[in-house]
Design a protein around this ligand. Structure first.
Ligand code: TPP
Ligand code: SF4
Length: 530
């Protein structure tokens, strides 16, 4: 198939951005979003664009906003929970608006394949009153980027592109455009009324954002990515959004009666199209990958008089988790074909650290060192080392969000917990563990922080870490931690006794101590061929 490319949804989005005049990508890794950045990075030199991993999502968002301010088209990538971290610049960028086209590419993880929650980023777009595109397939992920940048520049707003795991990580053929747009020139001039969010400016910008809303809705209603099909004689209407469009279309092919169909892949919600399908249907089934956003808006508090609206809220579709064709078949009263393949009842196995993982040797030493403290509490964090909470190590009582291991240990220590131990990876430490450690060092909080330096970001696929080795040690010292209580470990079985002694000694210290086990991830070593 000449001209066709077989790409992951994330790669299609990256290529679409490159072909739409992209100048740079910023971001922080996180499944299922990472390949958007990595694809652009792989083409960066050839295409003359910048690809820069950021210390965390907030930083990435702001770096991207800086590039947009300078007049260039830019994307920032992150997973859904990363948007919580970037929420401050995100919300405020809807007030400043943009310079060059700005796309926030955020990937949600319904069913939580590799995440702490399954929040639906479309709510964030609505919260910030900005448009959201939600591709239903790889071709749309590619095609939409041109429209995204154009809309962003014309309406002076950042635009969200919402991906979901199933689309991010599945491949399909796409036909790229032959018309590759050039990058934008550097912007000149100043506009403090737009870019300086002092209250007198911000109040005006807020009103301007509100005044844009009818036009944004009108553009959704007329978007080539939203489509309403009215079928004579139909009484059932189906509304499907994003990737759920595919599940709906597959099931509709088997459905015996005519059905009105509305595809939504561009927001704000196209109210006029919804009104039209509601007018001609008695029952409307709403199929969404994520929370019941459209369904709940349609129902309001009291529903639509004389119409039945069904979906996740009414139990016709599962309340949580990833949607699939079988769910949609059941919701439409169709039987689910049996495959005839019976899957044996295999006992579940929790994921485990790799054989030879440096974290395992740290945990073994830690387990022996804390044996003297039955009341110890371990605050773990997000990374490969989270797996230490399972037997045989059972190192970790808590894991909430990136960086929380340090801040929660501080709070627990203040409540009287001793010893309060924080377990945090090098990347997570730079992401959001540094800030609470500054406060801990200042008050000499009675905590022991173990920064597991495996010299890369292992859990998300071995990206380069911001700080490892001496650089990390120096950062810790510069945050105010006494050099006497920054201890290094070599996590290898042959150093076990020595490592237990070092940990024991720092646990006994009533103040802020940091222990840094330093050994590279064995998977990273394999990838690098060392
Ligand atoms: C806010 C947020 N951003 C990104 C992620 C995705 N993520 C999970 S673990 C991790 C970093 C892990 O690196 P590190 O702390 O060095 O530990 P390692 O996996 O190398 O042991 C990231 C980026 C996340 N869960 N939450
Ligand atoms: S990928 Fe690296 S850090 Fe993660 S479990 Fe395997 S060896 Fe350990």
């Amino acid at each position: 198939m000449a001209g066709h490319l077989t790409l992951l949804g994330n790669e299609a989005l990256g290529l679409g951005s490159l072909h739409a005049g992209l100048s740079g990508v910023f971001g922080y890794p996180g499944t299922p979003s990472t390949e958007v950045f990595e694809f652009v990075q792989s083409q960066a030199e050839k295409m003359g664009v910048r690809a820069i991993w950021s210390a965390n999502e907030k930083v990435g968002y702001e770096e991207a906003l800086g590039m947009s301010y300078a007049g260039k088209r830019v994307i920032v990538t992150m997973k859904h929970v990363g948007l919580n971290v970037a929420a401050d610049p995100f919300m405020n960028s809807s007030m400043t608006g943009v310079g060059g086209g700005f796309a926030l590419c955020v990937a949600d993880d319904p069913s939580m394949h590799s995440s702490q929650n399954e929040q639906d980023s479309r709510y964030f777009a609505e919260f910030a009153r900005i448009p959201c595109f939600e591709p239903s397939n790889q071709q749309e992920a590619y095609d939409m980027m041109r429209d995204v940048f154009e809309l962003s520049e014309t309406m002076d707003v950042p635009v969200m592109v919402r991906m979901v795991t199933r689309l991010s990580h599945s491949r399909a053929d796409i036909i790229p455009s032959e018309d590759i747009l050039p990058q934008k020139p550097l912007a000149t001039g100043h506009d403090i009324k737009k870019w300086v969010l002092l209250p007198p400016h911000a109040r005006i910008r807020n009103m301007q954002l509100i005044e844009k809303q009818p036009e944004l809705i009108r553009r959704s209603e007329q978007s080539r990515f939203n489509a309403l099909t009215i079928q004579p004689g139909a009484t059932l209407g189906v509304i499907a959004t994003g990737i759920a469009v595919n599940y709906a279309l597959e099931v509709l092919a088997d459905y015996p009666d005519p059905v009105h169909f509305l595809k939504i892949t561009q927001y704000p919600i196209p109210e006029g199209l919804i009104r039209k399908i509601t007018d001609v249907s008695n029952t409307i089934l709403v199929i969404e990958e994520g929370y019941p956003l459209v369904e709940s808006r349609m129902n309001g508090l009291f529903g639509v008089s004389g119409k039945t609206i069904i979906g996740r809220l009414t139990g016709h579709l599962p309340r949580t988790g990833e949607m699939n064709v079988d769910h949609v078949r059941r919701s439409m009263g169709l039987s689910v074909p049996q495959t005839g393949v019976s899957i044996p009842d295999v006992p579940g196995r929790p994921p485990a650290l790799c054989k030879g993982c440096p974290h395992a040797d740290t945990f073994r030493a830690l387990v022996d060192a804390v044996a003297a403290y039955p009341d110890n509490r371990m605050f773990s964090d997000i990374g490969c080392y989270t797996l230490g909470v399972y037997p045989p190590y059972q190192c970790g009582d808590v894991c909430v969000d990136m960086g929380a291991s340090v801040s929660m240990a501080i709070g627990a220590a203040a409540a009287g917990v001793y010893p309060a131990i924080s377990l945090i990876g090098d990347s997570t430490f730079i992401h959001s563990g540094m800030t609470p450690l500054i406060g801990a060092a200042k008050q000499n909080a009675d905590i022991t922080v173990i920064i597991l330096d495996n010299s890369l970001v292992a859990m998300t696929g071995a990206q380069e870490t911001m700080a490892t080795g001496d650089r990390l040690v120096n950062i810790v010292a510069s945050l105010g931690v006494d050099r006497e209580h920054i201890a290094l470990l070599n996590p290898l079985p042959k150093h076990h006794n020595e490592n237990v002694e070092i940990i024991t000694s720092e646990l006994a210290y009533h103040g802020t101590s940091v222990i840094i086990p330093q050994r590279a991830c064995i998977q990273g070593l394999k990838t690098k061929g060392n």
